[in-house]
Design a protein around this ligand. Structure first.
Ligand SMILES: Cc1ncc(COP(=O)(O)O)c(C=O)c1O
Length: 287
């Protein structure tokens, strides 16, 4: 993505994602989580706190491979942001509206962002709509500036999309769909997916609400990944599609994000088809 778009842009710094399985080594997940969170503090100090406007992250990094942060990671990030007066932005485009079992992923992980970005679940994808939500502190600053807010898109505030989003949110609340992923259904999903962890190709299965990752590795004991040019994830994705299952490949991490209305019987079907696709991928590799 970066090479196609002349990225990264100046003015944006990145720190390591809390990806324990790949980078945690011998550390316990919580200790590793604290270690990577503190990279934020180190970077702020390097850059000078007055030069850092905000930190942005997804509660669970979705398109990065469903990286579920260890307990305590977000609390430490929040502490650092508050200490250095850096705004905390939660990108809730994937995690928002029930994906992790609460309205917001930040709620699930127990931190309070200053700004939230949201999209997909806002209309359950039925019509295109996205939003940026700001708390009082940011909102008041914008209002007190006494200027017109000049940021916008051609379709900003489109009344049809807004009406669909409002109705979608009404249905989610009325049917309690936002809580399904943290209730018995979410537990069932986690248990069902966990059965795939015994497959010889699988290094780790991660779930958070109705988000899941099945990470494919060459050597489970050593947590060693396949060489990227072998494109094992893409081969597995094609086998999944042949099995009638849409499971995206992020590198060699197979990711799932099923609808909040999924049933236990449909979860069984996902696991059955994923297991068959894993067998077919392993057979390609002569495992
Ligand atoms: C976490 C996350 N943030 C942002 C985006 C981009 O959102 P938009 O297309 O609304 O700009 C995506 C798109 O997939 C996403 O998954």
């Amino acid at each position: 993505m970066h090479s196609q778009s002349d990225l990264p842009l100046p003015g944006f710094e990145h720190i390591e994602a809390p990806y324990w399985y790949a980078h945690g080594g011998d550390l316990e997940p919580e200790a590793y989580g604290l270690q990577v969170a503190r990279r934020l503090e180190e970077r702020i100090l390097q850059l000078g706190a007055d030069n850092v406007a905000a930190f942005i992250g997804e509660p669970v990094q979705g398109a990065g491979g469903v990286l579920v942060p260890p307990a305590g990671y977000w609390q430490e990030i929040e502490r650092i942001c508050r200490h250095y007066d850096v705004l905390l932005i939660a990108d809730e485009v994937i995690c928002g509206f029930g994906r992790t079992g609460c309205w917001w992923g930040s709620e699930r992980f127990g931190f309070r962002p200053d700004i939230v970005t949201a999209a997909k679940g806002l209309s359950s994808g039925y019509l295109p709509i996205a939003a940026m939500l700001v708390g009082r502190r940011v909102g008041d600053a914008v209002i007190e500036a006494g200027e017109e807010w000049t940021h916008g898109f051609t379709y900003s505030g489109h009344p049809v999309a807004a009406a669909v989003a409002l109705e979608n949110l009404r249905i989610i609340a009325a049917e309690g769909l936002h809580e399904r992923a943290s209730g018995p259904l979410g537990d069932y999903f986690a248990r069902a997916l966990a059965t795939l962890a015994d497959h010889p190709l699988v290094g780790e299965v991660r779930t958070c609400g109705l988000l899941a990752a099945v990470e494919l590795v060459e050597d489970r004991a050593a947590r060693r990944h396949f060489a990227p040019e072998r494109r094992v994830g893409l081969a597995c994705r094609d086998h999944c599609i042949a099995e009638g299952l849409v499971m995206r490949a992020v590198r060699d991490v197979m990711v799932l994000s099923p609808p909040l209305i999924i049933s236990e019987a449909e979860i069984d079907q996902i696991v059955l088809r994923a297991a068959r696709a894993l067998d077919r991928t392993a057979a390609d590799l002569d495992l």
